[in-house]
Design a protein around this ligand. Structure first.
Ligand SMILES: [Zn+2]
Length: 274
């Protein structure tokens, strides 16, 4: 009898965790458990989200490329890339000639991205990193994206400010807003509140437009002008999480190694490059 109760209890806990990850994507349970749930969910994630991703080329990739048309080979950061939907959508546009760094908390999700994006690996780095600030200098990127994820980050002002820090003056932010129809009541932020958050972080030209039932698409720009960052390799812009040296890495058998502190990047602990 006890084993039946045990199975029911374990089944109940897994059901509640799956409900939490599906409905709130683990916002209430901390980055480590969130990553664990995403790892469990990763193989079925694209199937579950297929309907919402079908029009990514028209709604995300092409409008973004129009906004950065003056930059021939943009350097793009995708925060919370998941299974790499945004890189997938951008790389499939013939006019996209840039370099992307795609970051997520979940190795399972990144492994799905790695399979899906195998033919674009020369122009793409997939990186697990679980906290802010991200290991890049101020004003590094031409474009910073954080799609379907901002509402799931606890400290929103800090998150938006971090996205602003990473973007060069004149650079473009692509993000999203979970709508009132999303059913995620407590994590929904109003259009006015999001606009205020973006303005407080220094963004201008905020455009919040309907996308699909659960999300609005959001564009904003960092004021000012600066030279395009242009396509650069990950190893040339990474700040070593161990010693802080910038772009000073050598390729060894196990991956990247910091030339200053001699630490292999994937042994530092808070970062893993796939
Ligand atoms: Zn180092």
């Amino acid at each position: 009898m006890e084993w039946i109760i045990g199975i029911l209890v374990i089944g109940g806990i897994l059901f509640l965790l799956d409900r939490e990850i599906y409905r709130y994507e683990g916002i209430h349970i901390g980055a480590r458990l969130q990553a664990f749930l995403y790892n469990r969910w990763s193989k079925n994630y694209d199937k579950a989200k297929a309907a919402s991703q079908r029009d990514d080329a028209n709604v995300l990739a092409r409008p973004l490329l129009e906004k950065i048309a003056s930059v021939p080979a943009p350097l793009v950061l995708d925060v919370a890339t998941g299974t790499g939907r945004l890189p997938y959508s951008l790389f499939r546009q013939p006019e996209f000639n840039g370099y992307m760094i795609a970051v997520d908390i979940s190795i399972g999700m990144l492994e799905q991205a790695k399979k899906k994006l195998a033919s674009y690996r020369e122009s793409l780095a997939l990186v697990q990193y679980r906290k802010f600030p991200l290991p890049f200098q101020d004003e590094t990127f031409d474009v910073v994206c954080c799609v379907e994820a901002l509402e799931l980050i606890g400290e929103k002002q800090a998150a938006v400010s971090e996205l602003a820090r990473l973007l060069r003056p004149g650079g473009v932010l692509l993000t999203s807003r979970g709508t009132e129809d999303s059913g995620r009541g407590i994590v929904v932020i109003s259009k006015d509140t999001l606009t205020s958050l973006l303005h407080a972080a220094g963004f201008e030209d905020v455009e919040i437009t309907p996308w699909w039932k659960v999300f609005n698409r959001v564009f904003a720009r960092k004021p000012g002008t600066s030279d395009p960052a242009g396509a650069q390799q990950f190893k040339d812009i990474l700040c070593c999480p161990q010693c802080g040296a910038v772009g000073n890495f050598v390729e060894v058998e196990s991956g990247l190694q910091c030339a200053q502190c001699s630490k292999p990047v994937n042994q530092i602990g808070e970062i893993f490059v796939l």
